[in-house]
Each structure stands twice: as structure tokens, then as C-alpha cells.
Design a binder for this molecule. Structure first.
Ligand code: TTP
Ligand code: MG
Length: 347
């Protein structure tokens, strides 16, 4: 039987900014403002818990966040800094694991089955990790502990900030029952809406559906996944030494569009974000991919592989624009989403 931990930093980007600038302590801080264009465009990346009291959330347009709290402090995203801090934090955390998988910039899975005899010992280790991260990096994190990655991740989100939530194997079904289906890894807004239409809102309700019904609605592999996930069953192993194979950004237009100038602007913004992360991670790329979603969710990607590795920003912008052209010319449908990705890295 495994004991898996999931550690996730609290209000990560905001917490880093506050750590760097003590005058921000105690104030509501929102990250995501565009430094050049004021507060008008773009979305909230994250905000601290003081700002969440005003109803501000990740992915909310900055203009709405500003309306909710005009005296909040709005700061731009400083990706290179967060990448560096993330590396510092997780080089501390990974030492406490038998197996370690970085799940994203502010989260990681730890398999502690060998070093911890039981869940009490794992909880003790979690407190130790929290204390060490706080002392050495001045940041707080929340930890979930469970029999697999699925349960551990939901548990780490259950009590925030600075929480520890332990869900032993016999507690999984009860813990899951009242949660919204959206909490399950792999259920996004689309599946959530389809389930809600069928009157299924909680994981307990999802669990009542026969396997064949889920397969009929969602296909064999996803339907089967939902059947097991709703029971807290997840055998997926930790993937060690996993490194990001690509860096990407996506943008959903507030209104589906054919406006070329607007699309170009969005491509430039996304390319800049991608590029700053690329620089921070000291990588070169060779492939640029553009993702296009039309009105109605039909999605396409196309990509171009360059002759040489590069870390050039304008190549990302120009290649993406070039890849967009055929979509605009071959159809007069409106576009809902654009995404830019770079991949095939060299250090
Ligand atoms: P999260 O861990 O989802 O959020 P968080 O750490 O800010 O807050 P919480 O205490 O609830 O864990 O994401 C980690 C970072 O990723 C977050 O600080 C900013 C970034 N991010 C975005 O840029 N856009 C988003 O929509 C989300 C959800 C996160
Ligand atoms: Mg977090």
C-alpha cells in the first residue's frame, strides 16, 4: 500500500512578491496586471488570501478584479523569479521523498511509502516539510496525504493555507462523496457541464452511475477513468525526472473573433510569456506550435520545426502568425481560442 503526499504552495506568485517586498505584508495583492497597458487587459494569475476575500480569483479579467477591489495592489507576472523560487523550494522538498514528481510550478508529489510506516508518520513528515520551507524560503504550503496521487492532490486543496489533510484508504469514499465532480483530476468545465445536465453534481452522484452509462456518454477510456476516479482508485505511478517537454500559453477570447489585429496582439502577449519562461529555464527551442479553436470547440494544431535551436522571441511571434494564416484564409468561422507552444528543447 502506498502513501502519497501532494505539496502545493499557497497563493504562490503572490506569496513570492510579498516575500520580496515586505511593505506588501498584510495587504491584498493581485498578480497579473499588464505593466504597460495598465489594468485594462489580461486576467488574474493569482492573488493572496486577503484579496480572495473580495471575491477575486485566478483567470478572472483584471478589469473585474479591479472593480471588486480598487485598493488592492496589482502587480505584473515576474515568471523568471517564480521559476527560480520554485527550483529552490522543491530542491528542499524532494529530499524528503522516496520518489518525487514535480507536478507544476508550485506543486509536487512525494511517494513516502518506504520512509513512513503509517499515515501518522507521514503527517509528521508533512509538518517537518512545511516548517523547513517556511524557515528557509519564507513561503507556506499545504499538504495532502492519501493512498494515491488523485486523493493526495484533492486533499492538499482541502485546507488552505498551511493545511495538512490526511485521507487514509478507509476514509477516501466518505471524503470524496460531497465534493463537486470538478475536483477530480481530468474533469474540466466541459465534462462538468455535461454531468450537471444529467443532474450529477457531486462525486457521490457520479459514483452511482453504472460503468456502462459512463462509457456510453464519454467513451471507453475516459468513461472507465471516471468510474474508478469517483471511487478514489488511481494506480498511476509517480513519474520521476519528468521535465517539462514544452512551454505554452492559451487565450480564450471574451467574444469569438475574426479580428486579425486582436489575434496578433494576443499571439504577441502569449509569445512574451512563453519566452520569459524559456529564458528563466535557460532553454532553447526548435518547434513552434499554434493551437486554434473555432467557435463550437473544433480544435486544430499545426507546427513548424526550425532548422536551428534558438531562444528568439520574434521567431515565436512570426512563426505563430504564419501558422495562423491558413486558418483565417480557409474558413470564415470565428475563433474562440489561440494557443502558442514551444518544444524540442536543448539546454
Ligand atoms: P495554484 O496552486 O492553482 O494557485 P495558488 O498557488 O496561487 O493558490 P493556492 O493557495 O490556492 O494554491 O497555481 C499556482 C500558480 O500558478 C499561481 O500562483 C499562479 C499560476 N496560475 C496562473 O497563472 N493562472 C491560473 O489560472 C492559475 C490557476 C494559476
Ligand atoms: Mg498553489
Amino acid at each position: 500500500m502506498r502513501i502519497i503526499m501532494h505539496a502545493d504552495l499557497d497563493a504562490f506568485f503572490a506569496a513570492v512578491e510579498i516575500r520580496e517586498k515586505p511593505s506588501l505584508v498584510g495587504k491584498p495583492v493581485v498578480i497579473g496586471a499588464d505593466p504597460k497597458q495598465g489594468r485594462g487587459r489580461g486576467v488574474v494569475s493569482t492573488c493572496n488570501y486577503a484579496a480572495r476575500k473580495y471575491g477575486i480569483r485566478s483567470a478572472m479579467p483584471i478589469s473585474i478584479a479591479y472593480r471588486k477591489c480598487s485598493h488592492c495592489i496589482f502587480l505584473p507576472v515576474n515568471m523568471p523569479l517564480y521559476v527560480k523560487v520554485s527550483q529552490d523550494v522543491f530542491s528542499i522538498v524532494r529530499k524528503h521523498a522516496d520518489k518525487f514528481e514535480q507536478g507544476g510550478i508550485d506543486e509536487a508529489y512525494l511517494d513516502v511509502s518506504e520512509r513512513c510506516k503509517n499515515y501518522d508518520e507521514a503527517a509528521k513528515l508533512a509538518r517537518k516539510i512545511q516548517a523547513e520551507v517556511k524557515e528557509r524560503q519564507k513561503l507556506t504550503c499545504s499538504v495532502g496525504i492519501g493512498p494515491n496521487k488523485l486523493v493526495a492532490k484533492i486533499a492538499s486543496d482541502y485546507q488552505k493555507p498551511e493545511g495538512i489533510t490526511v485521507v487514509g484508504p478507509s476514509a477516501v469514499l466518505k471524503f470524496f462523496a460531497p465534493l463537486k465532480v470538478r475536483k477530480l483530476y481530468g474533469i474540466g468545465p466541459k465534462t462538468e457541464a455535461r454531468l450537471n445536465e444529467k443532474g450529477i453534481e457531486t462525486i457521490a452522484q457520479l459514483r452511482k452511475q453504472p460503468r456502462f452509462a459512463l462509457i456510453e456518454w464519454f467513451g471507453k477510456s475516459y468513461g472507465t477513468y471516471l468510474y474508478y476516479a469517483s471511487r478514489g482508485i488511481d494506480e498511476s505511478p509517480l513519474v520521476e525526472g519528468w521535465e517539462a517537454k514544452s512551454i505554452s500559453r492559451e487565450w480564450t477570447f471574451q467574444k469569438d473573433t475574426r479580428d486579425r489585429a486582436e489575434m496578433n496582439r494576443v499571439i504577441e502577449e502569449m509569445a512574451k510569456d512563453v519566452h520569459s519562461q524559456l529564458r528563466a529555464e535557460q532553454k532553447l527551442y526548435k518547434t513552434v506550435t499554434l493551437k486554434v479553436r473555432y467557435q463550437g470547440f473544433e480544435t486544430h494544431t499545426s507546427q513548424k520545426t526550425l532548422k536551428e535551436f534558438t531562444d528568439d522571441l520574434s521567431t515565436i511571434v512570426e512563426t505563430s502568425k504564419e501558422l495562423l494564416k491558413p486558418y483565417l484564409e480557409s474558413s470564415d468561422r470565428k475563433i474562440r481560442l489561440l494557443g502558442v507552444r514551444v518544444s524540442k528543447f536543448a539546454e
